[in-house]
Design a protein around this ligand. Structure first.
Ligand code: ARG
Length: 261
């Protein structure tokens, strides 16, 4: 597995674009760096290859590389952020991928699209979240361009503004999800397409348990309750907890801090 990450050299809370962000809630840079390093080391230890992009000054949220866009083979589909504060990141990610030899496919041009934060592959399809950030039309364009079928899910809670904050397709049959972050229809769709949909508790959801990554038999997340650990263990998965509290102040955790390549 190959991943793109961005070390927090200019990470801070400078604006509020989701309910987690409070300017007065200051980041402790040394703690943020230590937590990021902990995640980085864990992923490498589990066998991931990690590419790094330097953080641009004036782009405090650039550490959340999941929102850069979507990488598929040697093609990169860049994001178009809803908030102007994050739009400054767009050229930096495009330039990085161009330098790495990727071709750039601006499939969502003119539309709001926040990359893997809102578009998650599952089997031969994509699940796509919309309402707070990305728009459905953008997801349609991106999935057309990648030749995959699209299933859209409306997000209903502002705290869970990106799909990857409340939905984690874990393997070919199972996914974690926080039911209260969706409407009735969304919950139905999840249960219809996923053989083993596992609802997480409110407590786990607010600890970003759905904002996770699986590498082999290990699921990496900020924190899991005993109950959740037990459920995952009965499927043969171990949980590796790696603290991300400094990043949760900006509304992100493990999955937001990486982009799959
Ligand atoms: N502060 C960032 C924002 O609001 C956090 C992004 C989290 N990323 C994610 N993939 N959920 O845009």
């Amino acid at each position: 597995m190959k991943i793109l990450m961005c070390a927090p050299s200019h990470y801070a809370i400078r604006y509020e674009i989701n309910p987690w962000m409070k300017i007065q809630n200051r980041i402790t840079p040394s703690r943020a760096q230590a937590q990021w390093k902990g995640l980085y080391t864990t992923l490498r230890r589990l066998g991931a290859r990690v590419w790094l992009i330097p953080q641009k000054k004036g782009c405090p949220d650039m550490v959340f590389t999941a929102n850069a866009g979507v990488a598929h083979g040697r093609t990169f589909i860049p994001s178009h952020f809803r908030y102007k504060q994050r739009q400054l990141e767009e050229p930096a990610f495009i330039q990085y991928f161009r330098k790495k030899g990727y071709s750039i496919d601006d499939a969502s041009q003119g539309l709001y699209f926040e990359g893997e934060g809102d578009l998650l592959p599952y089997r031969d399809m994509f699940f796509a979240g919309f309402r707070f950030r990305s728009e459905v039309r953008a997801h349609e364009r991106v999935s057309e361009s990648l030749g995959r079928r699209l299933v859209t899910l409306e997000l209903s809670k502002p705290q869970f503004y990106h799909l990857d904050t409340c939905f984690f397709p874990m393997d070919e049959t199972s996914a974690l999800y926080y039911p209260q972050a969706f409407d009735d229809y969304g919950r139905k769709v999840i249960r219809r397409f996923i053989q083993n949909p596992m609802a997480v508790s409110r407590e786990d959801a607010y600890q970003f348990a759905c904002n996770a990554i699986r590498i082999g038999r290990t699921v990496v997340m900020n924190r899991a309750s005993r109950n959740l650990k037990g459920q995952l263990s009965s499927l043969g998965y171990g949980v590796c907890e790696t603290p991300t509290s400094e990043f949760m102040k900006a509304g992100g955790s493990v999955k937001c801090l990486l982009l799959k390549l």
